[in-house]
Design a protein around this ligand. Structure first.
Ligand SMILES: *[C@@H]1O[C@H](CO)[C@@H](O)[C@H](O)[C@H]1NC(C)=O
Length: 420
């Protein structure tokens, strides 16, 4: 009995040891497998996003701009776009209320032209489009390969359901103006460009316009464009031109720039997601960018123009549900996200980091804000409202004059004596 007991014990002990070793081995294997699985996913995604370039340009900020043949761009990965005939120009552009050149001559405040940083090192030829190359690090900074290039949920300002509890939870803060309660077919704004400080790498600061359709439910349609500082998305603190779209409230559809298939770019000079240069300085020269987005009354696509002459391309009509008809809300302004965890407010700046009351060369502005009506005319917005969650942190002030039409100053420093 004793011997048998002894050997049973030994067998059991040996079994335990082997079981332990086997467990360790399989854990390491699984670990290696999941790392290589992630590598595989990242590379697959990079291959999808980065199309073979005709030529590449190294930008001073570390970006690589790939000149990709226009018919090889990411949009054409979309199953609905396989047989799409690319439209090289809009059938109609909205009829202007302001003659920009006349306004600029008259404007006492000198505002300077603007370019993108990569222009210093080359150009893309006609028939190609400049695409900011996505690097492995870019994808690895995202919470997952699937979420790379997408907004976190619920980032649209919700003026009508301004429930402070909901707003504080998401950490998103806005200082915006908006119009609602009509049918809108586009919008325009000239946006002052700054480089706000962003305190934490998972925060951002942006200035943009929103063209919204549908209710604020799961089916919200949105087209957005402006400038942003977003360390997580781009890996630096530069101010970059961006666009966004979604047709399901930021869930499965849509993305920033050309990071999914959707937007069809036709322009060879302006790259989405590329750094804007120069930017405005405090008491120094001011720079601004004009953005016009409108629905072409013929084909129904949503077109975007940058500055006075750069038609960038279009979002095909079929991407959207509500926006396939028209927009119901247009918003202009700034947004930051506050991720400070120590109970204080973030010091991330909005706009220039100054409050609206500071005025020109100190606070950031939007000027000549307009909407497009059903006759494809640019019109002054009627019944402009404002919205902020915490005006002691970031605020907005509207005005109107002959040079700037409807305009507003917006922004703020974040944490200060009245915003803790
Ligand atoms: C961005 O700015 C933050 C704070 O302003 C700084 O800590 C960080 O090093 C900067 N990141 C880069 C990549 O320059």
């Amino acid at each position: 009995m004793g011997a048998a007991h002894f050997s049973m014990e030994r067998v059991f002990r040996e079994f335990l040891v082997w079981f332990f070793v086997w467990g360790l081995l399989s854990l390491t294997c699984a670990g290696r497998l999941s790392v290589s699985r992630q590598n595989f996913e990242v590379h697959k995604h990079l291959n999808r996003l980065n199309k073979p370039p005709v030529k590449s340009i190294q930008s001073p900020d570390g970006d690589i701009i790939d000149c990709v043949h226009i018919s090889k761009q990411p949009a054409f990965d979309h199953p609905f776009l396989k047989d799409h005939k690319i439209q090289m120009k809009p059938s109609y552009t909205p009829q202007g209320l302001f003659d920009e050149n006349k306004v600029l001559e008259k404007t006492k405040e000198r505002v300077n032209p603007i370019t993108q940083l990569w222009h210093q090192n080359g150009v893309c030829s006609e028939g190609t489009i400049p695409v900011r190359r996505t690097k492995k690090e870019d994808v690895l900074r995202a919470s997952s390969v699937k979420r790379y290039g997408k907004k976190k949920l619920r980032t649209v300002p919700l003026p009508r359901s301004a429930d402070p509890d909901l707003i504080n939870q998401s950490g998103h803060q806005h200082a915006i103006t908006y119009v609602e309660g009509g049918k809108f077919y586009g919008a325009k704004a000239t946006i002052n460009v700054w480089e706000p400080k962003v305190q934490n790498s998972n925060e951002f600061s942006l200035s943009q316009l929103w063209i919204l359709g549908g209710s604020f439910g799961q089916d919200l349609n949105s087209i957005e464009a402006g400038w942003q500082v977003s360390p997580d998305l781009y890996g630096d603190n530069n101010t970059r031109l961006f666009t966004y779209w979604t047709s399901d409230a930021y869930q499965a559809t849509g993305c920033y720039n050309l990071l999914c298939s959707g937007f069809i770019q036709i322009n060879s000079q302006i790259a989405m997601g590329a750094s804007i240069s120069p930017v405005s300085g405090f008491h120094n020269p001011q720079y601004d960018i004009s953005i016009t987005i409108w629905k072409d009354p013929k084909e129904g696509h949503w077109w975007m123009q940058f500055g006075d002459g750069y038609v960038l391309g279009y979002w095909p009509n079929f991407l959207f549900s509500y926006l396939a008809d028209s927009a119901s809300i247009v918003e202009w302004g700034g947004e930051v996200v506050n991720m400070e965890e120590d109970g204080h407010h973030t010091t991330t700046q909005m706009g220039s980091g100054q409050f609206p009351g500071e005025g020109f060369t100190k606070a950031s502005y939007f000027r000549n804000i307009q909407v497009v009506d059903s006759s494809n005319n640019l019109k002054e917005p009627k019944g402009l409202n404002t919205f902020t969650e915490k005006s002691n942190c970031y605020d907005v002030e509207v005005g109107k004059n002959d040079d700037w039409g409807h305009f507003f100053y917006y922004g703020g420093p974040g944490r200060n004596s009245k915003c803790q």
